[in-house]
Design a protein around this ligand. Sequence first.
Ligand SMILES: [Ca+2]
Length: 530
Amino acid sequence: MIRGETSLSYPSAGSHTPVEAKKIPDNMTTRHQRSIPARVLFLTVLLFARAGALQASEPIDRPNVLFILCDDLRPDALGCYGSQHVRTPHIDALARTGVRFANAFCTTSLCSPSRASILTGLYAHRHGVRDNFTELPAALPHWPGRLRESQYATAYVGKWHMGENNDAPRPGFDWFVTHKGQGKYFDTEWNVNGDRHETARGYYTHEVTDYGLDWLRQRKPGQPWALCIGQKAPHSFYTPEPRYSNVFSRVRVPYPESAFQLEGKPDWVKQRLDTWHGIYGPLFEWRKNFPDRRPEAVQDFENMVHAYWGTVLSVDDSVGRLVAFLKETGQYENTLILFMGDNGLLQGEHGMVDKRTMHEPSIRIPLVARGPGLPRGKVVRRQVLTLDTAPSVLDLCGAPALSNIQGRSWKKLVNEGDRLWRKAWFYEYNYEKQFPYTPNVRGIRTERWKYTRYPHGDGSPDHHRPELYDLRKDPGELRNLAKNPRYASRLRELENQIATMLAAEGLTPGKDNMPLDLGIKTELPDQNIR
Ligand SMILES: [Ca+2]
């Protein structure tokens, strides 16, 4: 575990079988070069320089952008964020030679709203994508579109997931390859730029990499490009490719301690235990008979986590292939690479799976950035948000900013520090009838405190107990201080602070629209939206 960050504490990996040989280990070149004769080394360098000259013969002032978005990726499933088990050498190398954000968060922990925030720099209440079935409004400016207006070639390849049944190309991109809904780890049907549908026979993570590389090979010298790759992995239902199916079979994965420490938590947390989003529920179909509270049923949980981790190994391979291509073509140092997740994921904490809540594992996302304009090997600890991606990328590319957005560029913050950087931010989530396992959420997170309340949705007093945590003393959010009289003034202060922040966005009690909370239910979601 890395200091100052929360992480699961799994048993040590003494018996862990190492990951099988990766395609292009990033450190192999260095090690290999040290042991070979200088002449061979010279010829190798010459060869690479020639390959690079094909695409980089003219100097390009503006950096290219390679944006890789993972789905439901927990930071601690990556080596650079402290995983003891999941080896991710290629992603770790980006962090080692770039910037790793130790405290990056989503502002709504749900796929489509968060993706829309990453693209537009806006909260869900502003961009309007408040659930997983809403299309990103076509007129909303987003950062790849702004780059295209600045003469970048732009492409989106992979999971888009804003507009469940629409696989057509979206505005702002020269090239667009996607599919309907969530996509599948195997046999996804792709819509290739609106020209044709095809079902390639392979694993999603590699197919999407192939589509991306195909497009990169067609780039012309002199024009900067931005390629967005939307990975499905490691989203449920977790299916690793066969060679990674058994990598973690010797790693024991118990339910986290916090699953059994629910005193002081609101009742809805306990009600969630047996549901689609609780640890005794189906676990995304890894458990066939449910609810199952028997201790031995933890095996289903362990199998689920192993499979989740397995899908991450393929993502790292994909990053390795993309980086290798950039190196071979001399574009690596002039490409801004962003690797991030759209939202966090609860993996047993507080008895929960899935996301949506404001607890730390649900809102923490990995974010690694490397390239021109960024320091090398830096860890940034200030709080950055999904909203900051759009302004930061445009800032680093020297493109015109999006106006009237809510995110901020972290370019200055990462390079020289920023005294005016945010010290607090608010979180929003709206109850979903199709997924009745999380109430409405409005919360505030400062660098030390988190206060979460659960509005009923009709303006009446909250029906659920709020939560208040001292994240410095209690990073695992085990002791809810909301009813502790010693913290009454702290709670009032945070209550006022979030009310002020929401009001500044026009979200006064009468105008912050949200659905009525119909309570936690045990029914399963419809088969076609799971
Ligand atoms: Ca997601």
